[in-house]
Write a protein that binds this ligand. Structure first.
Ligand code: NAP
Ligand code: MG
Length: 478
């Protein structure tokens, strides 16, 4: 247990005004769905119902796509980049002004600690809009020819782990390039996207440039399959990514997919161990491990394995699991009952296949969805917990002797989104980065994001890049 106790330090939720129900955001207005159905979104920390949200059926999706088409043809596709930038800067500033409200709402709907929504998610959302606002009038200098053009209407589908941040990754570059969008947030985390719709109204964004359709997988499928969209951008599981790739094959639609991962976080014997332990913790326990690029496979050099594991366990006993709105909380709630089931199931498989399980001693709240930070040692490459994405606070620990063995084990995965290397040696960092088949390789750090830096995968982690100059490419015809 932690060496000392903290008094509760809850962030006030009075800053958010959650409406009892939300419609769909189409053509600049909140509208009721045609068939009038709705679903509830809950706080995963308490199971309290936060709001009712409309389900968009095929005719609602059609209406949203038509709104986006007409906004594209009449205003946004022909507006100068300089003028588009003004709207994006305005949105970025309003996000900053409403940052506390957005952070509290994100923590309520998603379960992530306020420390993260306040210090990571929301600042990065604003940074993303600022960054792409800067590109809007400079597209002719982005390396895509002298006069790159927008593509048209983008259908965008995002997951629940970074709801507002994934929205920003999708919407900011699309709008900067002159496209209009229809976005579907995840079923369990629609609320910050709906407040973002209010922000579009507040920024006087022309109606139809951004449309938000809420609902579950069927709504996403209706959007992806709509014949009048020009581009599909998807972040989510590899399983659904495959369905989408099949659905758009043979159509003129362009597609980018950001899918799952099973990243290796590699600790060499010359690494600064205390820093590496912080990096391991950040790599797998950040956002409850609901991170596609999480460092979910620790590869530690055999000579320091005992020392690293001892420090890691000591550090894990200090992690505070609980109320996402408490400013001292390190690990919040698991996003849904389904996700908790999946984490439990894979963890049980880990034990039954012979790996040794250790969980940090902590008291979990009675209500809501919780999972203690957990590590598995004695994991081999054949174990399912070394191969499949758990998407939760569970770390699989493997060891290696030589750099070549580390590379081979790290690359022995169907995924290739990210990796981490911990060592004092600069030359080793470069040599490893060269050999690791992963879109992002962090050196002596982990889970660092910046709008100027491209992000995306190899192999079954998807294709296309988001962020940076590279992120413009998916939204330009050139
Ligand atoms: P998911 O089931 O693939 O869902 C992602 C989104 O797609 C949700 O909005 C979902 O709707 C929607 N969807 C489901 N079925 C669909 C279909 N047939 N057609 C169109 N859309 C459909 O993934 P998730 O469980 O939400 O998220 C976890 C996964 O996402 C993990 O595997 C993780 O690695 C991956 N992820 C990847 C990245 C990245 O950048 N590479 C980032 C974050 C997460 P509903 O959920 O509302 O039903
Ligand atoms: Mg929710």
């Amino acid at each position: 247990m932690p060496g000392f106790d903290y008094a509760p330090a809850p962030e006030s939720r009075s800053i958010v005004d959650i409406k009892p129900s939300y419609g769909l955001f189409v053509s600049g207005e909140f509208v009721d769905p045609v068939d009038g159905t709705a679903f509830k979104t809950i706080s995963p920390a308490t199971e309290e119902v936060l709001a009712e949200v409309a389900t968009a059926g095929p005719s609602d999706v059609d209406r949203a796509v038509q709104a986006a088409r007409s906004a594209y043809a009449s205003v946004w596709g022909t507006m100068s980049g300089r003028d588009r930038a003004k709207y994006l800067y305005r949105i970025a500033r309003i996000v900053q002004e409403r940052a506390r409200e957005l952070a509290v709402l994100e923590s309520l709907d998603n379960g992530k600690p306020i420390r993260e929504s306040r210090d990571v998610d929301v600042p990065l959302v604003a940074a993303h809009f600022f960054y792409y606002a800067g590109w809007a009038d400079k597209l002719a200098h982005a390396g895509f020819g002298p006069a790159p053009q927008p593509i048209g209407v983008a259908g965008q589908v995002i997951p629940w782990n970074f709801p507002l941040l994934m929205l920003a990754w999708k919407i900011a570059p699309a709008l900067a390039c002159g496209n209009t969008v229809v976005l579907k947030p995840a079923e369990t985390t629609p609320l910050t996207a709906l407040v973002f719709a209010e922000i579009c109204q507040q920024a006087d964004l022309p109606p139809g440039v951004v449309n938000i359709v809420t609902g579950a997988g069927e709504t996403g499928a209706a959007l992806v399959n709509h014949p009048a969209i020009d581009k599909v951008a998807f972040t989510g599981s590899t399983e659904v990514g495959r369905l989408i790739a099949k659905a758009v094959a043979g159509t003129r639609k362009r597609v980018t997919l950001e899918l799952g991962g099973k990243a290796a976080n590699i600790v060499f014997e010359d690494a600064p161990i205390d820093q590496a332990v912080e990096g391991i913790v950040n790599g797998i326990f950040f956002n409850q491990g609901h991170v596609c690029c999480a460092g979910s496979r620790l590869l530690v050099q055999e000579s320091v394995a005992d020392q690293v594991l001892e420090s890691l366990k000591r550090r894990m006993t200090q992690l505070r699991v609980g109320d996402p709105l408490d400013k001292n909380t390190d690990i919040g709630a698991i996003n849904s009952a389904e996700q908790l089931d999946r984490i439990r199931r894979l963890s049980e498989i880990g034990s039954s296949e012979g790996a040794e399980r250790w969980s940090a001693p902590c008291e979990l709240p009675d209500r809501g969805f919780w999972f203690a930070p957990t590590i598995f040692t004695g994991v081999t490459q054949a174990h399912r917990i070394a191969r499949e994405e758990i998407f939760g606070p569970v770390l699989s620990v493997l060891t290696f002797r030589t750099p070549a063995e580390a590379v081979e084990k790290a690359n022995n995965t169907p995924y290739g989104l990210s990796a981490g290397v911990w060592t004092e040696k600069g030359s080793r960092i470069l040599a490893m980065a060269d050999r690791l088949r992963a879109g992002v390789v962090w050196a002596n750090t982990f889970n660092k994001f910046d709008p100027s830096s491209p992000f995306g995968g190899y192999k079954e982690s998807g294709y296309g890049r988001e962020g940076g100059r590279h992120g413009l490419e998916a939204y330009l015809a050139y």
